[in-house]
Design a protein around this ligand. Structure first.
Ligand code: NDP
Length: 240
């Protein structure tokens, strides 16, 4: 029987590429999304992959959403915590709401999804959790104290949960993408983006599929000895 994977924020950008790669690898994939129904409909029409809406920052919505997926498709074997938002601004302009929304969705979402799916993986002695962090969680970024803190938190969360999963067949890893060509990066002003690309040694933005390949590896049986790790996929920018 095919393994079941949930990819949060799976209907657009990096998440969509992850859904497509996991499907190619034989998973039955369910893409979660936050609110853009039109994008979700287009995604399902183009890929044939199911999409289900809930807010990953809402604890109960995650428990209910994952229970619904399990009732419809079967036990969840892999979770990719990819949903994320930005609310950029320097500290003096950043509101508490900007801080809280980014922490609630980007970091809280990982906790909420793990609470829903980790116990079943532990009981069945096989599971994969992949959390999408960021180069800006490793290095920090001007105007992103909220986002950098949430993404940095993801890297700590990953290492801690990996220790809980290690003896029960559940691996927990993170990927820290550099700048990838998606809607999120399209929102960065052109002059700023030019300066960013100039600092990427390979001289271009990354493609969503280049992140997806890393995720697909971490979700495979081949990656059973990889846990608590962070894979940096960033074109050589900051060599951690
Ligand atoms: P996009 O903005 O293109 O897509 C974000 C996805 O997340 C959408 O599917 C969106 O759903 C979903 N989402 C947003 N909020 C919620 C929510 N509350 N509940 C459920 N789903 C939600 O992002 P990217 O593809 O660029 O980024 C994907 C991940 O990679 C993020 O975690 C991001 O921080 C990280 N990342 C991206 C980088 C980049 O350069 N692009 C670099 C480093 C990290 P909807 O369509 O409904 O809005």
């Amino acid at each position: 029987m095919a393994r079941i994977a949930i990819v949060t924020g799976g209907t657009r950008g990096i998440g969509r590429a992850i859904c497509e790669h996991l499907t190619q690898d034989g998973f039955t994939v369910i893409a979660n999304y936050g609110g853009n129904d039109a994008a979700a409909r287009a995604f399902t029409a183009e890929t044939g992959i199911a999409a289900r809406k809930w807010d990953v920052g809402d604890h109960q919505a995650c428990l209910d959403g994952c229970a619904g997926v399990e009732a419809e498709f079967g036990p969840v074997d892999a979770v990719v915590n990819n949903a994320g938002i930005t609310r950029d601004g320097t500290l003096h302009k950043m509101s508490f709401d900007d801080w809280n929304e980014v922490m609630r969705i980007n970091l809280g979402g990982c906790f909420n999804m793990a609470k829903a799916c980790f116990p079943g993986m532990r009981d069945r002695k096989w599971g994969r959790i992949v959390n999408i962090g960021s180069i800006n969680g490793q290095a920090g970024q001007y105007g992103q104290v909220n986002y950098a803190a949430a993404k940095s938190g993801i890297h700590g969360f990953t290492k801690a949960l990996a220790q809980e999963g290690a003896k029960v067949g559940v691996t927990v890893n993170a990927i820290a993408p550099g700048y990838i060509d998606t809607d999120m990066v399209a929102a960065v002003p052109e002059p700023v983006l030019e300066k960013i690309v100039a600092k990427i040694p390979v001289g271009r933005l990354g493609e969503a599929s280049e992140i997806a390949r890393g995720v697909a590896f971490l979700c495979s049986d081949d990656a059973g000895f990889v846990t608590g790790s962070t894979m940096s996929i960033n074109g050589g920018q900051h060599m951690y």
